[in-house]
Design a protein around this ligand. Structure first.
Ligand code: ADP
Ligand code: ADP
Length: 228
């Protein structure tokens, strides 16, 4: 579960990116974060994977306060969150297999467990035959599938995705969304910031709209609600 209580994010330059956010996201939910550019979506998302800390207020991930660094360093807390980015962020000198394996090595999984699990998740995302390719040899859609394999390999409770279809054409975007939907149906909570109106209006999940750092709408089966 993700909880925020009166969360403010004020950057050193004085920009108030989030202003008094209260929200609760339960296990198993699929949530879209929408809103205009500069509204605070990335800041909201970054607080969830601890790329940023709140200036004020409390962010709890499975009951753990993200501000308390010592607790956060415990691998079993950190591994509960998988992150997917618009620009994939794969390590360029590593193959698809190695990129995914690296996420398991980072939490010190025993070597004998890594190979079978990496093969399993690469199969789930449909990349068994591209395992040994470098990111530069893969299409954008394939790279995003590697990134999703990396995000799920440690069995997280949550996937946090910031515009995961932002660099993909419509066909690849839909493939990624079906994959995320399948992962959600297997029990993983998904929180996804997006500007993709068609996807939000078709998939009809919970929609949280942020404008000027404030939640202005929070609806189950909601719509995108903007024209861009
Ligand atoms: P969105 O993802 O909705 O576009 P952001 O969370 O990226 O919104 O940005 C919200 C506001 O905070 C914007 O005014 C943006 O310029 C500002 N901002 C974001 N990141 C930083 C940062 N690291 N330092 C200063 N200001 C930032
Ligand atoms: P996104 O498109 O994902 O919302 P942005 O283009 O707003 O991202 O920001 C890209 C990066 O620059 C982010 O890491 C964000 O924290 C940072 N950033 C955004 N706005 C500012 C700002 N006004 N000052 C400093 N850093 C910023």
């Amino acid at each position: 579960m993700i909880e925020m209580h009166d969360v403010w994010k004020v950057y050193p330059n004085g920009v108030e990116a989030l202003r008094g956010i209260d929200v609760r996201i339960d296990y198993g939910e699929f949530v879209y974060i929408v809103g205009p550019s500069g509204a605070g979506k990335s800041s909201f998302i970054k607080l969830m994977y601890r790329e940023e800390k709140p200036t004020h207020g409390v962010v709890l991930i499975n009951g753990v306060n993200v501000k308390r660094v010592r607790d956060w360093k415990i691998p079993h807390v950190r591994r509960k969150i998988g992150v997917v980015f618009q620009d994939f962020k794969l390590l360029p000198h590593m193959t698809a297999f190695e990129n995914v394996a690296f996420a398991m090595e980072a939490i010190e999984m025993p070597r004998r467990k890594i190979k079978p699990r990496v093969e399993e998740v690469l199969e789930l995302v449909g990349l068994s035959d591209r395992m040994h390719a470098l990111p530069s040899q893969l299409s954008g859609g394939e790279q995003q599938r590697v990134a999703i394999a990396r995000a799920i390999v440690n069995n997280p409770s949550f996937i946090i995705a910031d515009e995961p279809t932002g660099n993909l054409d419509p066909e690849n975007s839909w493939d990624i969304m079906y994959l995320l939907e399948e992962i959600n149906q297997r029990g993983t909570t998904i929180v996804m910031a997006t500007h993709n109106k068609e996807i939000v209006n078709t998939m009809r999940q919970r929609v949280i709209a942020i404008e000027q750092g404030v939640i202005v709408r929070d609806e189950l089966g909601g719509e995108y609600g903007y024209e861009d």
